[in-house]
Design a protein around this ligand. Structure first.
Ligand code: AHG
Ligand code: MN
Ligand code: MN
Length: 337
């Protein structure tokens, strides 16, 4: 008889002892993300219905239902984490500034800040293609009991305590790390529980998939152009195959399972790239490294970059170790030409 699968709730409790600090605060935080994920999942799944119900003029359609899903997801994640009084600060793609929680209350002892991309891949919502949520968690560096400051958020990625994503795909999965490998949980929608379906996820060292928006090709740096040509060249297991969903979460998820590389380089259109360091690249980089993969800006490790702004952008190359190293080789070669 096969062993029944562990739920995410059980997994969190069982692994709490392996955290450096075992107050239970981080477990509660991950639990609240799990809860918000289910609420957002429910909404994402009926995205196509909003117009139909709205058009029928149904009275049960609230203003909230017609909100854009990224705003809805933002509100739900922030509400869940603030109402349960679990974190001391939140930064979100959808908020210009960070949010300080209970900053008036000197007794609040919360130690963690969360940075979040509530809805990643938002251009895919209207066409029924997978989207996601990305989160990154740090311990604050300012004293507990005082309002958080920008310094609590501008920490290097290598100081992350936990990071993860939810992919709202053909099935909904929550994938996360607390620095002890990467585990993936699949939602059973009938029961409303996440079950450990992908223990100890690992990027294959090599892969044959490259994911990049080739529509921007002529604007890419020479090193990236050369690497793309290398991927297309016939030799050994090449040409590689190209897959690009346009939701970082989904492209990353597929590449981690199958082996591949994701690239959003800088271009003559986006001098610094497009993806945001703090709530897109750093959490994905942490997951990648924990899964035996690699994440780079083309020259250096993503998680060693010192952030200077909440919403700063960075070129991003991430995936199977050998593929990322090959792309870096092309970047360096083009630089020294
Ligand atoms: P978001 O929806 O949070 O703004 O992020 C979209 C990001 C990322 O998920 C995706 O890989 C990339 O933008 C796609 O950009 P292009 O459409 O320029 O390829
Ligand atoms: Mn995004
Ligand atoms: Mn987003």
């Amino acid at each position: 008889m096969s062993k029944s699968k562990q739920t995410l709730g059980e997994f969190i409790i069982e692994n709490q002892a392996s955290f450096k600090y075992t107050s239970g605060e981080l477990s509660r935080l991950i639990n609240s993300i799990r809860l918000a994920a289910k609420v957002v999942n429910h909404e994402v799944n009926k995205a196509g219905l909003v117009d139909i119900i709205g058009a029928a003029g149904d009275t049960n359609i609230q203003g909230e239902d017609q909100q854009k899903l990224d705003v809805y997801a933002n509100t739900k994640f922030i509400q869940t984490m603030t109402k349960r009084n679990i974190v001391c600060g939140i930064a979100s793609e959808e908020e210009d500034d960070f949010i300080s929680i209970n900053s008036q209350d000197e007794n609040h002892q919360n130690k963690y800040v969360v940075l979040i991309d509530p809805l990643d891949g938002s251009s895919n919502i209207d066409v029924n293609v997978s989207v996601g949520t990305i989160f990154s968690i740090y311990r604050r560096i300012t004293p507990v009991g005082t309002p958080v400051t920008i310094d609590d958020f501008l920490q290097q990625g290598n100081r992350q305590v936990a990071a993860g994503y939810i992919v709202y795909g053909t099935s909904t999965m929550l994938v996360y790390t607390t620095g002890h490998g990467v585990n993936g949980f699949t939602l059973n929608p009938a029961i409303g529980s996440f079950y450990l379906s992908h223990p100890d996820m690992q990027f294959p060292e090599d892969g044959t998939i490259y994911s990049v928006n080739e529509g921007n090709y002529i604007h890419f740096p020479k090193g990236i152009k050369n690497y793309i040509k290398y991927c297309q060249m016939e030799e050994g297991d090449r040409p590689y195959t190209s897959r690009y969903i346009g939701s970082l979460v989904s492209d990353f998820h597929r590449n981690m399972i199958k082996g591949g590389i994701y690239m959003y380089p800088k271009s003559s259109k986006n001098e610094k790239g497009k993806l945001r360091l703090l709530y897109e690249c750093n959490p994905m980089a942490f997951l990648a490294e924990q899964a035996n993969g690699k994440a780079s800006d083309g020259f250096k490790r993503i998680m060693d970059i010192q952030p200077t702004e909440l919403h700063e952008r960075v070129p991003f190359i991430c995936g199977s170790k050998n593929m990322v190293e090959k792309a870096e080789e092309f970047m360096r070669a083009a630089e020294s030409e």
